[in-house]
Write a protein that binds this ligand. Structure first.
Ligand code: ADP
Ligand code: GN1
Ligand code: MG
Length: 370
């Protein structure tokens, strides 16, 4: 199938799922960097039913069956918890719509893998924090997500992307991309490469502590960027955590750090004007308060102490991933313009440098809140 499937192709795919009504409109949707996402509107006897139809990224997710087993089991588990608490499972978590043959996803004749979720209507995603209250809600929701999954049988989860947040392994991949320089781009980004290389000793801090058993392995989301949470239009409350492809055992610091990276930056992830990018300390404080609350006292003193390191390392790690992708020719993260991955890497490194400048302030905030 071509890169942009036609309505007819998509309609055929959609028809294989247990949906209400017949497909009327199918349009590209959202700003994810990984999967191809469509809003699918179906007509059912005069009423509209909406779904999210996604083509999973096969070059990233090597085992779609294992991935979808994780998503189906985790969402079924969350639905039970939400119902027990009197919440609305149809709006507060995702639900896997099965294919007509009872599978969690469909593999078409071209080896594309597709899945469907009910569209959670009257919601919006934030690409940038608009006010501190939203970011606080987001922090409580992500902390709470980790709490909810604390009793989930972690051993049943498949590792959908091996070594996803293993920063030393990410560093090795980055170094390989620099050494191979397959696109001949390294000479134009020497300053960025040197910035990343000089911080190599930091890469091991969290994984060493994990290996020594000083940091607990938890079930974490691992991709807690701002646009992976849906807000309710009427209440403007954080409603539903989405993008569950990387729910796996991990460190709480990964989830904390990835949200700071995206939500506490004053600029967009791909902002070309670096003067607009810095760490907003007040948003850092807001998120920390919310996350501690959401985790309900479950974080250990060492986890709390290391929250600034979580923020810095997740930002650094994302920076080297973007830069490596730029060096190999933009094969992983979707780009919509030339040099977008380079701009993304630059914003992450600018944020890392700013965090290093504001290190004492971050530590002081953590001391005050703990
Ligand atoms: P990616 O892995 O590419 O980031 P996501 O699963 O995060 O893909 O989906 C991309 C976007 O689609 C989200 O940021 C959100 O805007 C929207 N989205 C995904 N699932 C739903 C849903 N069930 N209801 C409403 N919007 C959704
Ligand atoms: C990707 O899927 P999405 O767009 O929410 C990526 C994250 C990165 C992020 C950078 C599976 O997230 O790890 O931090 O882009 N997801 C995967 O914006 O690699
Ligand atoms: Mg996403």
């Amino acid at each position: 199938m071509s890169q942009s499937p036609s309505f007819e192709n998509l309609e055929t795919v959609a028809a294989a799922f247990c949906m209400e009504g017949a497909p009327k409109e199918i349009t590209p949707y959202g700003n994810g960097h990984i999967n191809d996402t469509y809003l699918l509107v179906c007509e059912d006897g005069g009423t509209e039913k909406k779904y999210i139809l996604q083509r999973m990224n096969r070059s990233i997710f090597k085992n779609p069956a294992a991935l979808m087993e994780n998503v189906a089991n985790v969402t079924a588990y969350l639905r039970r918890l939400i119902s027990e608490k009197g919440g609305d499972p149809d709006r507060e978590t995702l639900q896997v719509v099965k294919t007509k043959s009872g599978e969690n996803y469909l593999e078409d004749n071209y080896h594309n893998c597709w899945r469907v979720f009910p569209f959670i209507d009257h919601t919006f995603c934030l690409e940038k924090v608009e006010n501190a209250g939203d970011f606080y809600d987001c922090a409580v929701a992500f902390g709470n997500f980790q709490q909810q999954l604390a009793s989930y049988p972690a051993h049943t989860l498949h590792e959908t992307i091996p070594l996803f947040h293993h920063t030393p392994s990410r560093f090795r991949d980055f170094k390989k991309a620099v050494d191979e320089d397959s696109m001949g781009r390294a000479s134009m980004v020497q300053e960025e490469i040197n910035f990343a290389l000089s911080r190599e000793p930091d890469t091991r801090v969290l994984t060493d502590l994990l290996e020594k058993g000083e940091l607990p392995l938890r079930v974490t989301h691992n991709d807690t960027k701002l646009n992976n949470i849906l807000f309710d239009v009427s209440t403007r409350k954080a409603l539903c955590i989405i993008d569950l492809d990387t729910v796996m055992p991990g460190l709480s610091l990964y989830d904390f750090g990835d949200s700071i990276r995206t939500g506490a930056s004053t600029g967009a992830e791909d902002e070309p004007d670096l003067s607009k990018v810095e760490l907003d300390l007040s948003l850092f404080e807001t998120f920390t308060k919310g996350f501690l609350k959401g985790c309900g006292g479950s974080l250990t003193p060492l986890e709390i102490k290391l929250l600034p390191m979580g923020a810095k390392l997740m930002t650094y790690e994302c920076g080297i991933r973007f830069l490596a992708d730029f060096l190999v020719g933009d094969t992983y993260f979707k780009i919509h313009r030339e040099n977008q991955n380079l701009d993304r890497a630059r914003t992450q490194f600018k944020l890392v440098a700013d965090m290093e400048k504001k290190w004492e302030d971050m530590e002081e905030i953590i001391r005050r809140l703990s």
